[in-house]
Ligand binder design. Sequence first.
Ligand code: GLY
Ligand code: MN
Ligand code: MN
Length: 465
Amino acid sequence: MTQPPRSEGSRPLYAGTRPPRLTEDSPGFLAGIARGWGERTVPAPADPAAAHAAAAHRDRLSAALPGKTLVIGAGQAARRNGDADYGFRAGSDFVWATSCQAEGGYLVMTPRPGGHDAVLYLPPPARPGERDFFASAAHGELWIGPSAGLDAWSAALGLPVLNAAGFGTPATAHVAGASEELNRALSALRMIKDEWEIAQLREAIDHTVTGFAAVAAEVPRAVREGLGERWLQGTFDRHARTFGNGPGYSTIVGSGEHAPILHWVRCDGPVQPGETLLLDMGVEARSLYTADVTRTIPVGGGFTPAQRQVHDLVEASHRAGLAAVQPGALYSDFHFASLEVLARGLHDWGLLPVSVDEALAPAGQQHRRYIVCGIGHHLGLDVHDCAASPYEQYLGAALAPGMVLTVEPGLYFHAHDETLPPELRGIGVRIEDDLLVTDTGHDVLSGALPIDAAGLERWSAAQAS
Ligand code: GLY
Ligand code: MN
Ligand code: MN
């Protein structure tokens, strides 16, 4: 970044010559850079309550897989372009089992009679006196800032912490990501959230609700100044970064004919009066638990009659889905309850070429043209949590207290869908709530946002005024 020194005259000192490597090979630099640094004590970025929850998670994992050597890695940042990486986000299994978010970490659980011994391996920061202090952009404190050492991590997490440079995967280990047995066990254990995890999810969802309000407040400006979907996406992502770790998945902001596009993450279109605006957004808390919420609001005023008709049907489907979420019910119950309401409504509108019964039969499913995705999923550290579960552990399982899941029916009427009457083309509606299964039923954790068309009109207008 600095310029070569200049001589007294106007000619640079090294003009016309191949410059020497001025720093790393300079004895003066090497002697000087190693000294004169004050002591900086940096605590590990760890929350005691999170560390306590992670210890309990390890105990459950130990009990599930006795006698097995288990390895769970944090992973590495993915390359984005050239030598630039994406921001690092630790792997969810690792976070669940350690509460640590350090890049390049490994948890090793070695069996012993009655349980496991856990050791965490982390790359230590490079400090004054070490070459990497200035030479490693990954670990040198001149590049990454003063950082917690291994002792600080050990004290914060209540685990022995060793240098990852000495880490080698034990030959007999079950490694998360590669071992189906370990993946399944982690998926099953992570499906039931403890009190601390539920509090994290509540926090993520509460910040998401205020994020929806922040976005709705910016809709008039996005329209007026032609800033479009980008502005609304940026508004939510800034909110998520400020109040949490960031967005828990790529924010979806789809206005007009983008609303029916299931994962409209390009968010580069206009926002214009009279459109439906589909917002699917989730704050990931600093503990990395994420919300996943969708509302569809009118741009400027109220829904048109056609938009309201679609919204009303999705709302009825949503309510049917919510009612089916209770302990002991099958996971698939809310899925079918929601879909049946949609199929009946679509049939009433003349959009199904067969009877409702034929459509609902396994060989039919004609209604799925307008909703090809699922009606929900488990939610936690991953937006699509516990996805490594086999059928009998997820789709074919019963709901149990402590599960957190989404219910998210929708109708997606694409602008170029010639099976639709013109007034329905280009309308997309989804309602997505996050639910906790309780001992007696469920809590709608995102229930602070309205789900009915009139309520959403009032809510949107109130934020925008
Ligand atoms: N936002 C992704 C989903 O709703 O599943
Ligand atoms: Mn979802
Ligand atoms: Mn979503």
